[in-house]
Structure formats: structure tokens, C-alpha cells
Design a protein around this ligand. Structure first.
Ligand code: UDP
Length: 324
């Protein structure tokens, strides 16, 4: 039986491992837990993560970091208690799918396996950060967790979609076979400060194009939709799932849905840009619609996204400006 989540007010004395800590979502999550008093250990190989995100976390005395490739080996944690393990190490941008597909498949299979084995050894709690990509190009809308998806197993996105599906399957298998204390989230499109400006995803592309007065590159006719969640809202959702008692997946995100053309127009307006929209070829297997149904998450906690699109775009643009 799932109960309402009771969140801890402090995590002093607890140790949290964050795989992928140099990424923008994991580093925001790590900082959130550092502020709750936990000791946080970050792992990253910097294949897509940013050193600046680790420098930021290193200002906290209770942060420790190991540079490593988690699918090759984990650091030696002998003699150390670990309480919570977050599997957040996968590159997740469509340009990563074409540039580093094998690394993505290895981190989500061999890397996740190593984290699950560590969870078992330490009797910790584990959270797999999966993705709305497990739904593929969905035939039902909005997507509910029971929907099993429509994924092309050999398409250009399959390295990510299929390896995350595998990671979910492995997480559930460890739970069923060994009674491991596991959680799974499916993250929908997320944006915010600490993203790589050149990571190729729609929000960093459009903001940087708009700020430079360059053409805004809408792929296809721009009628495809996405629902964008600001990063701190996502962290709040992840935190609630980690402290729930439910092992099956939860959608995490923001249900406000925009067509990509609307998104371009809104960013031009919010940033007062003179950029014009241009239309480019639509990438293969680009999902036509994406929006989370959040009923399951909202049945266990009071989660509600609080940062709206306009505010989130302003804050993200400020961050990109600060890098220049
Ligand atoms: N997109 C776009 N212009 C860009 C980058 C992306 O029109 O410069 C589109 C892309 O084709 C997709 C949507 O924006 O339909 C979201 O793309 P993103 O790469 O952010 O993530 P996805 O949700 O596809 O994984």
C-alpha cells in the first residue's frame, strides 16, 4: 500500500551517493541534499558533465567527489555507510545519442548494475532516474505510467530509450529477486541553470539563439509538443519519490505543454529578442507529443511545479549570460 510521503526535515548523519554529479539535474539535487545536512559523494567522468558544477558543490565541507567511469569501476567504499544512491549518470541529449551511443548504453546497463550491486552490499535505498523516452513516440496522451511505450529498438534514439528500459527492468529485478529498496522516476523535459549551453536541446539552443539575435532553429513544422519542467521543481519531485514507499515508476515533470513553435515565440518574447524563426529538418523518430500525467505522483504527495515557463526562461538566460 502506498502512503503519503513524509519528508525528512534534516538528513544530518546520512550519506548520499550521486552518480553523474557534474550534470545539471544531479548537481542541483546534490546541492539540495547538502543543504539538508547530508554528506554527499559525487561521481562523474565529465563525458558531458561540467567541472564548474563540481567546483560549485566543492564549496560545501560535506561534499566529496570521485572522478570515475561508473561502468568500469566504482571507488572503494569499504568501511563507509551509504544510505541513498541516485543513478543519474546518463547523458540525455539527442546530440549525445549520435555522438556517444555506446557510452550511454554502457552507463545505463553496466553502470546501473554496479550501482545496484553496491546498493545491495550497503543495504541502501536506490533511485533510478529513467526517462519519458521509455514511452518512445507515444500513442496515448498524456502519458501514464502504465503505458508500456512505442519505442523503435534500432532508431537513432534507441541507445538511450532501450538502455533506460533495461535499467528499469534491472532495477525491478533487483527489487523482486533480492527485496532491494528501489525507486524509479521517469523524467520529462527539464531545463534550467547549469545546463550546457551547447548541449543541443531545444531550450539552450533557443535561448542562446535569441540572446545572440540569431535565427531560431525550429525542427520540422514546430507542431510537436513538449512539457518543460524547471530543474528545482524536478528535484522536489525526485525527493518526494525517494522518500515514498513505492517501487514502481513515477512520471516527474511539469504538465504545461507547448508546441515547439510556441516555445520559440515565447522565448523570443520573454527575452525581447529580434530573432526570426527558421525551419529545419525534423530528426528521425522525434516524438510528436509529450506530456506527463502526474496523478500517481500527486496521489502520494503535494507536488506541484512552482516555477512557470517565463520565470524559468529568464533564470536560465541569466545563467547563460553569466558564463560569457
Ligand atoms: N528542437 C528544435 N530546435 C532545436 C532543438 C530541438 O526544434 O534547436 C526540437 C526537437 O526536434 C524536439 C524538441 O525540440 O522536437 C525537443 O528537443 P530536445 O532535443 O530538447 O529533447 P527531446 O525531447 O527531443 O529529447
Amino acid at each position: 500500500m502506498s502512503q503519503r510521503v513524509v519528508l525528512p526535515t534534516s538528513l544530518e548523519g546520512k550519506t548520499i551517493l550521486v552518480a553523474g554529479a557534474a550534470g545539471f539535474v544531479p548537481s542541483t539535487l546534490a546541492e539540495f541534499y547538502l543543504n539538508l545536512g547530508a554528506k554527499v559523494i559525487g561521481l562523474d567522468n565529465f563525458i558531458t558533465g561540467s567541472k564548474s558544477n563540481i567546483e560549485l558543490l566543492s564549496k560545501y565541507d560535506n561534499f566529496d567527489f570521485h572522478e570515475c567511469n561508473i561502468y568500469e569501476s566504482l571507488p572503494d567504499f569499504k568501511g563507509l555507510d551509504l544510505d541513498y544512491i541516485f543513478s543519474l549518470a546518463s547523458p540525455a541529449s539527442p546530440i549525445d545519442f549520435s555522438e556517444i551511443p555506446l557510452e550511454i548504453m554502457r552507463v545505463n546497463s553496466e553502470g546501473t548494475l554496479k550501482l545496484l550491486e553496491l546498493t545491495k552490499e550497503k543495504k541502501a535505498r536506490f533511485l533510478e532516474a529513467s526517462t519519458s523516452e521509455v514511452y518512445g513516440d507515444p500513442e496515448i496522451h498524456p502519458q501514464v505510467e502504465e503505458y508500456v511505450g512505442c519505442v523503435n529498438p534500432i532508431g537513432p534514439r534507441s541507445c538511450y530509450d532501450e538502455s533506460k528500459r533495461f535499467a528499469e527492468a534491472m532495477t525491478m529485478s533487483f527489487h523482486r529477486r533480492y527485496g532491494l529498496d528501489t525507486r524509479i522516476i521517469r523524467i520529462f523535459n527539464t531545463y534550467g541553470p547549469r545546463m550546457r549551453p551547447n548541449d543541443g536541446r531545444v531550450i539552450p539552443n533557443f535561448i542562446n539563439q535569441a540572446m545572440a539575435g540569431d535565427d531560431i532553429t525550429v525542427y520540422g513544422d514546430g507542431t510537436q509538443t513538449r512539457s518543460f519542467c524547471y530543474v528545482t521543481d524536478l528535484v522536489n519531485a525526485i525527493h518526494n519519490v525517494m522518500f515514498s514507499n513505492v517501487h514502481t515508476p513515477f512520471n516527474c515533470g511539469n504538465p504545461d505543454e507547448y508546441s515547439i513553435e510556441e516555445c520559440a515565440k515565447e522565448i523570443i518574447k520573454v527575452l525581447g529578442s529580434t530573432s526570426k524563426i527558421v525551419y529545419k529538418a525534423l530528426p528521425e523518430d522525434d516524438p510528436k507529443k509529450r506530456r506527463p500525467n502526474l496523478n500517481k505522483l500527486q496521489s502520494i504527495c503535494d507536488y506541484k511545479p512552482i516555477v512557470g515557463f517565463e520565470e524559468g526562461i529568464k533564470r536560465t538566460a541569466e545563467y547563460f549570460k553569466s558564463l560569457k
